[in-house]
Design a protein around this ligand. Structure first.
Ligand SMILES: Cc1cc2nc3c(=O)[nH]c(=O)nc-3n(C[C@H](O)[C@H](O)[C@H](O)COP(=O)(O)O)c2cc1C
Length: 304
């Protein structure tokens, strides 16, 4: 592959790789948020209380000792996570939910633009209406419902936050020189496509045209492309949230069965927002899980 051909690919890989190692500037911004600043305490599975590291502590875990993880413990979290449809009335305490949401927000996020939003609905009247919007399905009887929303429109504010964080970076060499340029030029180039996305077909044509001659990054454009973009990131955070709840001794059920327009009206969500899923949360009651079916790995996993 010639240098010219791989230019777009490498620019992306380079910038993403460096971003991955430099998530920390966001901490400067997040440090202003009271929820993230405090170190929370979480009830463990057995009911005891242990200190839980704050978001900042976790992102700073960079030495070798901190990188050692317990595969068995993680397997247990993954294996015991089930879609639970019957719950005990005890709600997930706010501090536990915050700790789990903080872990959700550590999921990978495209361009580090955090195109997600989570609404932890606690108000009793709103909860009842939300249950109805979710067709009153069994899992909605959970004491807690968290609405996971994809926010394609967050690219603008996310870009500003990133630019501010980059500008605040004080240690020379921690960020590559192209980093600011990515947020000044590349991000608007990707996401700006005019009123009603009227430039989207043109952008699609250009990327596909380039693709006829060389490797071309076929960016997701237009309304549907941006929704897909934001949904990918949000769905990853949803899985983090469900696993975090499990690790904290709680259970969950992802739900996509809902009336989205009504739900958006209930939560006063803007037009650009898309509800990805509603996550029921609480402690499982007896008989809350159905048998789990998964089929042969060969059907879903290939090695080439
Ligand atoms: C995107 C998505 C949407 C889902 N929607 C619903 C739903 O509306 N209602 C429900 O009871 N379960 C829902 N589920 C749960 C699945 O039915 C469940 O994950 C599947 O049957 C496997 O069971 P397990 O999660 O216990 O392994 C959903 C799961 C996903 C990933």
């Amino acid at each position: 592959m010639t240098a010219r051909k791989s230019y777009f690919g490498w620019m992306w890989v380079g910038v993403s790789a460096s971003l991955k190692h430099h998530r920390w500037p966001l901490r400067c911004i997040n440090a202003t948020s009271p929820v993230r600043r405090q170190s929370v305490r979480v009830a463990s599975d057995r009911g005891s209380i242990r200190p839980y590291p704050s978001l900042q502590d976790m992102t700073d875990c960079l030495n070798q000792a901190d990188l050692v993880c317990d595969f068995e413990a993680f397997s247990k979290v993954v294996r015991t996570r089930r879609s639970v449809r019957a719950y005990l009335p005890e709600p997930v305490p706010v501090d536990v939910m915050d700790a789990c949401l903080d872990l959700a927000l550590l999921a990978p996020t495209s361009h580090n633009l955090e195109s997600w939003q989570f609404i932890d609905v606690r108000d009793g009247a709103k909860l009842d209406l939300l249950r109805h919007c979710c067709l009153d399905q069994p899992a909605t009887k959970a004491p807690n419902l968290v609405v996971a929303v994809a926010r394609p429109d967050f690219w603008r504010s996310g870009r500003k936050l990133m630019l501010a964080a980059i500008a605040r970076e004080e240690t020379p060499g921690r960020l590559p020189p192209l980093m600011a340029l990515k947020y000044q030029l590349q991000i608007p180039l990707i996401f700006m496509d005019g009123p009603f996305h009227f430039l989207a077909p043109l952008k699609r044509l250009v990327t596909w045209g380039i693709g006829l001659f060389t490797v071309s990054w076929r960016v997701e454009v237009g309304r549907s492309g941006q929704v897909l973009w934001a949904t990918r990131t949000t769905a990853l955070a949803c899985q983090n949230l469900m696993l975090a709840l499990r690790a904290a001794g709680y259970d969950s059920c992802a739900m996509e069965g809902f009336d989205e327009p009504r739900l958006k009206r209930l939560l006063k969500l803007p037009r650009a927002a898309r509800v990805v899923m509603v996550i029921a949360a609480g402690r499982r009651a007896e008989g809350g899980v159905m048998p789990q079916y998964r089929f042969e790995r060969e059907r879903y996993v290939q090695r080439v």
